[in-house]
Write a protein that binds this ligand. Structure first.
Ligand code: HEC
Ligand code: HEC
Length: 254
């Protein structure tokens, strides 16, 4: 029985990997119009404003507005978030704009802009990823009076969690330094600090509930305010690569 279950487990993992890679064959999303996605990001479309007016010229997000980095985020995750806003499964309670923005785009537009954003800023030479860190400048935030955490305390939670307090290691789902796992687990490393803090609090207080199987709501409820500041302080500056190894694993190549 045990071997049977084990086998079943590995079969479904293989199946998931095949699904993920078929959507991303040769790094490009099949059926997505990248030029249309770029145009929406830079100019908007109809009543939908240009995305770069809030998400930054290069899609790296903005701490003053509380907007997330979108550049280099996992395609399937971005597409899901836009669908969730369009269908009111996720409510933008930060600036109250994203539900209208998503509704203003056709399903194809949402796919196009998600595919474009996944590719933004990702330049590869050989197998080496060269992209702007895009994380928050923690010294500047602190100087502006923003309450920040302690990076090395956050690192412990990201890598090991806290067994006694029931906190799982973030990397068990989001991978090393939160670099993300297709198709479901978003990249949270080098994400903006303010956005990381706001989303962890929204999952904790139940104002964001679009996570599959309540996975993030369960995790967030184990975190104190201090834990949230600490993990966000660590993650915003956490590189995708491992120490002494400048390569990003092949599955992270676009
Ligand atoms: C007026 C400012 C504004 C504009 C314009 C804007 N956004 Fe947003 N966006 C936000 C804010 C604020 C959030 C965070 C909302 C929340 O807390 O749920 C957000 C969140 C998102 C998310 C969720 C990302 C994640 O990591 O979960 C996506 C995807 C997104 N925006 C895409 C877009 C696209 C595509 C456009 C252009 C069509 C756009 N946004 C235009 C302010 C904006
Ligand atoms: C059991 C798996 C699991 C674990 C463990 C986990 N997460 Fe998540 N997390 C998810 C899933 C799934 C999502 C995507 C939710 C969605 O689709 O909207 C997510 C989303 C997020 C987001 C929102 C990202 C965005 O761009 O909107 C943040 C921030 C986050 N997680 C932080 C953390 C932190 C910090 C930890 C460790 C304390 C952690 N997660 C542990 C499953 C997990």
């Amino acid at each position: 029985m045990r071997t049977y279950l084990k086998k079943l487990g590995s079969v479904s993992i293989v199946a998931m990997a095949v699904v993920a890679s078929s959507a991303m064959a040769s790094g490009k999303v099949t059926g997505a119009d990248y030029a249309n996605g770029k145009s929406i990001f830079e100019n908007g479309k109809g009543d939908v404003p240009a995305c770069n007016s809030c998400h930054g010229a290069t899609g790296l997000g903005d701490d003053n507005m509380g907007t997330p980095r979108l550049a280099g985020q996992i395609y399937q995750f971005l597409a899901k978030q836009l669908d969730d806003y369009a269908n009111d499964r996720r409510m933008d309670t930060t600036m109250f704009v994203m539900n209208a923005n998503a509704k203003g785009m056709s399903p194809q537009d949402r796919k196009d802009v998600a595919a474009y954003l996944n590719s933004v800023g990702r330049v590869f030479s050989g197998k080496q990823l060269q992209e702007a860190s895009g994380g928050s400048d923690m010294a500047a935030l602190k100087e502006n009076g923003v309450e920040v955490g302690i990076a090395h305390m956050g690192k412990v939670i990201v890598n090991f969690g806290d067994v006694e307090r029931g906190i799982p290691a973030c990397l068990s789902c989001h991978s090393h330094n939160g670099r993300g796992v297709e198709p479901m687990y978003p990249r949270i490393g080098e994400q903006k600090f303010t956005y990381l803090v706001s989303q962890l609090k929204k999952f904790r207080d139940g104002s964001r509930t679009n996570d599959p199987m309540k996975q993030m709501q369960v995790v967030a409820k184990t975190l104190s305010d201090e834990d949230i500041l600490n993990v966000a302080t660590y993650l915003t500056q956490a590189p995708q690569t491992t120490m002494g190894n400048t390569r990003v694993p092949v599955e992270y190549l676009p």
